[in-house]
Design a protein around this ligand. Sequence first.
Ligand code: PLP
Length: 980
Amino acid sequence: MTTHGRSIVVLDFGGQYAQLIARRVREARVFSVVLPPDEPEEGIRRWNPAGIILSGGPQSVYDEGAPLPRTDPRTLGVPVLGLCYGMQWMAHVGGGEVTPANGREYGRAVARLETDSELFAGLEAEQTVWMSHGDSVLRPPAGYRITGSTPSTPVAAFEDSERRLYGLQFHPEVRHTEHGSAILENFLFRACGVRPDWTIASFRHEKVEAIRRQAPSGAVVCALSGGVDSAVTALLLREALGDRVYPILVDHGLLRAHEARQVGEAFGRLGIAIRAVDAADLFFSRLESVTDPEEKRRVIGRTFIEVFEEEAREIPDARYLAQGTLYPDVIESISIKGPSAVIKTHHNVGGLPEKLGLELIEPVRELFKDEVRRLGGELGLPQEFLSRHPFPGPGLAVRIPGEVTREKVAILQRADEIVLEEIRAAGLYGAISQAFAVLLPVRSVGVMGDNRTHDFVVAVRAVQTTDFMTADWFRMPHEVLDAIASRIDVQASRDDRVGVARPETSHMTPEEFRRHGRAVVDWIADYMERIESFPVVSRVLPGEIRAALPEVPPKRGESFDAMLADVDRIILPGITHWQSPNFFAYFPSNNSGPAILGELLSAGLGVQGMLWATSPACTELETHVLDWLVGMLGLPEKFRSNSTGGGVIQDTASSATLCALLAGRERATGFRANESGGDGMLTAYASTQAHSSVEKAVKIAGLGRENLRLIEVDEKFAMRPEGLARAISEDRRAGKIPSFVCATVGTTSSNAIDPVAEIGKLCRDEGIWLHVDAAMSGTAALCPEFRGIQEGVELADSYCFNPHKWMFTNFDCDAFWVADRAALIRTLSVLPEYLRNKATESGAVFDYRDWHVPLGRRFRALKLWFVIRHYGVEGLQHHIRRHVELARKFKAWVEKSNRFELAAPVPLNLVCFRHVGGDEINRNLLETLNASGRLYLTHTSLGGKYTLRMSIGQRQTEERHVAAAWQAIEELAVEVEPTV
Ligand code: PLP
């Protein structure tokens, strides 16, 4: 019984295109099978055929022993389409005449077709068709009419429309026949009347039912090879039979690097536990001294069966054995070409079913490779797994001439891994059908550094093929070969030969650190160089990165190269490239060479700088650099450490705002809130445009969100001081205690500048703590001409900006100053006995753990120090000026455009703009731009309108990037605009 509805049976007369016919029919979403011509009637009927196609074939119908159908398909009551030899057979048995060839006709021909034929309905009368034949029909049988001819083949098509018998001398299944698919579809849908309802999803559904019928009880053992076919088989069975399925992976130690683990993980993520049998020791011991390639295969085959058998016997009530035989294997073994490929159908687990007395289940034996891949996708196998290159059953043993040893396998695994990594990195994995490394049986002498070497030689093989029967070598670009060669040279042959044997408890030695550290620095430098080649926004889907990570940590330590390779393979695709010069999202977050090196040094020193005493340099450098910054930014002297104030590095502006709010709260309550908690009477103020971190701080500090007043803004989105004054006096009248105001210099949404001077006067009169949040824009004050933005800052109690946003310093680095450090320290200080020390008690030092929320702290001043010293004040000013200038250019382009309008003033480096066509267009435009990979923009809402924001603050952004962004914006705008 077929598991499908109606199908099309292709009788294979040995023609080269029989499989192709079946494929084309399936592409038209009708199920099809290929059967041998001597298939008995019940064998054909089993497939419930809606029509029969007779394939071509190399012979002449007059030849002795020419293939003849055992059952005359014309008597089965369904339409028949004979192609080439099939047509000639129809002519011959019907009493027509076939002429032996004068020569072969091969290639394109122009056919004239009768378009009133069902087969040619809807087509042009003149068509290019593909011919490949010797004999041809001279005269059709009685009752047939000629429906097509070419200049050299008068009977190129015929039909008996009453009996629905059709013949074509040309090949509609070949793409060179211009409308071949349409002709086949006419046969399927018009002549046979089938519906296009066969899909992989329907196959899955039907197959699951069929498996349940075949195996109503008992367990199924399923041999996994690490390849796609067996994996899909296991998944399908699992869907049908649940935990009656036992997938077993015999790891013979000859798999690719990490393969056994990856297969286990891929299944684990799908909720299926596989039994992975580590039989490497047994295999290696059996392979000892075996050098003959055939003998190796036999040893591996026998050992495999032995191990598998042992495992299978442990499975209670095992009655079935499942394997991933594919349709091309089946076709090869049934076609008239002879049984040469029969062995292929059982090659994975040869002989096992009989030995174990198990019934065979082959659920994908009707599918082609690409269909199995699609089915795997349906069943949830990750793409990475589905698109794997094929790998031989006996594994790397076939790629190691001579004796197979652990050492050689380890070297080859690493070399193979490098080959695939480089091919993947070059984006060629999909273009190559199969690529791998082979260890050659010779050792060659070379020189590496100052040493003479005597190492294995590795060959790299890469082929392209469509059918995996014939192959052409892949023209590998020289750069890729070069990358492979240099890495294999340095890594595979040395590092990993010892690397695999690395004791699991060993630390990285300083020598190893030096080597790997250099590799990391090289990696970062390469990343900087190639950053523009990545799509700016990561394209992975939720869960994709985790899916590529091992479920459990490695039991034994891994090589550093493997880790760095995984950064490329797993991590990079999940990176949104903040350092790309095409990153225009708000907000920027920079790094730079000196900052990265400062971070590295900080990590190397591993200092915990909570107290002055725990590392004096950590505290003193920080104090000093923050004093430098007071001068560099033109901030008030009261923020310097030698006055009443001082600066500290916080992780983020959010933390700085929280600390300021806490100090404000304490000052307003005479430090009572710290002792007895809040009473719900304290209030805080910020504009409607202030950053959400203010609200978060109000929540954390226990003021309660209801006690945060969001003050209205003016047409420039800046806080209205009169609104603030009104809110404060209303609160006072209501008995509340106004304790904290946050003014923003450069709001997140539109870069609006609150009037700090007016707000400051009000706060001073009212005795309220004023904090100024200049997270991004504060950097602009490095340039005297932009200092107007912070006018009035001398009235502030605290101030912060993030060098990690726009001052080329790695996250996390927020610079925070207070005018009265005693207030801050009193608010946050707790001194347990175990932290007491002489320096603290002398009062002569700062203990920065009292200046922020956490106790512990990293040596973050190093990176800031390096940045300031590397660029110098003038260097920093140069870049900031440049960014502002570019933003002004962009603003001018927007102003000139008819399509776009400015949505807010542009005080510095953020341009808020929008398409004049409304929210929907702007939303679509943003999505299209970001999906294009060319740039990254973010949006906001201003005055209730969807607004795009172009923020120019990346270290490497130049005019060409901004111009390209504008070009992309204009180009893609045309695409998303509705057509009239
Ligand atoms: N304040 C303003 C004005 C901001 O724009 C931002 C971030 O965009 C923040 C605060 C929060 O920054 P952080 O991540 O340093 O807390």
